[in-house]
Design a protein around this ligand. Structure first.
Ligand code: GLP
Length: 251
């Protein structure tokens, strides 16, 4: 079952970044005050570099753009070098003309996580919802920090991370040891993400191949959270050949 997911298979990871950045640039050019959703992880780094290049060399302006990030580690403040706020500042925000006050990353040190999550949802509503949301995918099929078992209508909330996700984020790219990784995170829900008008999910490398096959061609099930995008009206997966390797119908 492929549902409505549109699949773009690129020869190389660098092409994935170019395709994704072009899609974002199209949205921003058509609507300079676009509301964009952003993701963290290794996968979108090249996309952010390409958007920064387009800002510098092609005058792509983020001056009126509002952004929302998918998630944040619980217990880390924005100055922590493994927080997603810190990641976004370093990878994108400091390289483009987006206004800091228009960037929304959940506060991992909020006094009350429920209120923090409600305020995040309210803010999304108050700006009219998201025009486009960029996603990565976990090896277990998670999106944001919606681990397997997350429901299709889940909202922004405090969640527990699986041992698999903790291990994936302590392989030296981010945290050095599993013991350093927070056990919980604040995460936009699957219902929150599904309300974006356009969704773009990126995956590169063979480690993502089983998750991509399950998301695109497997059952619509909370066991694979990314499969819950199958009935979204405008969802594109941009993957490289390695991440597409387990698909039966890669086009
Ligand atoms: C983390 C993030 C996800 C991201 C995933 C994959 O779990 N919360 O949003 O998609 O990592 O990251 P990477 O691109 O590094 O494989």
């Amino acid at each position: 079952m492929a549902g409505n997911i549109k699949l773009i298979v690129c020869d190389e990871a660098a092409d994935v970044a170019k395709e994704a950045a072009a899609l974002f640039a199209d949205v921003i050019k058509a609507k300079p005050d676009a509301v964009i959703g952003l993701a963290t992880g290794s996968t979108p780094e090249a996309t952010y570099a390409e958007l920064a290049r387009m800002h510098k060399e092609e005058d792509l302006s983020f001056a009126k753009v509002t952004s929302f990030n998918l998630d944040e580690y619980w217990g880390l403040d924005g100055d922590h070098d493994q927080s997603y706020r810190y990641f976004m500042n370093g990878q994108l925000f400091s390289h483009v003309d987006i206004r800091t006050w228009n960037t929304h990353v959940l506060n991992g040190k909020a006094v009350n996580p429920q209120l923090e999550c409600q305020a995040f949802e309210q803010k999304i509503l108050s700006v009219g919802g998201l025009d486009i949301w960029l996603l990565g995918i976990g090896g277990n099929g998670h999106i944001a920090f919606n681990e397997p078992g997350s429901s299709v209508d889940s909202r922004t909330r405090l969640v527990d991370l699986t041992p698999e996700t903790i291990a994936a984020n302590s392989d030296g790219r981010f945290f050095k040891e599993a013991s350093e990784v927070p056990r919980c995170a604040l995460s936009a829900g699957i219902g929150t993400i599904r309300e974006a008008r356009k969704i773009v999910l990126l995956a590169t490398g063979s480690g993502k191949a089983p998750a991509i096959a399950a998301a695109v061609e497997g059952a619509f099930t909370p066991d694979c959270p990314s499969s819950l995008l199958q009935d979204h009206p405008d969802c594109t997966f941009i993957v490289d050949r390695e991440a597409a390797a387990d698909l039966k119908n890669a086009g």
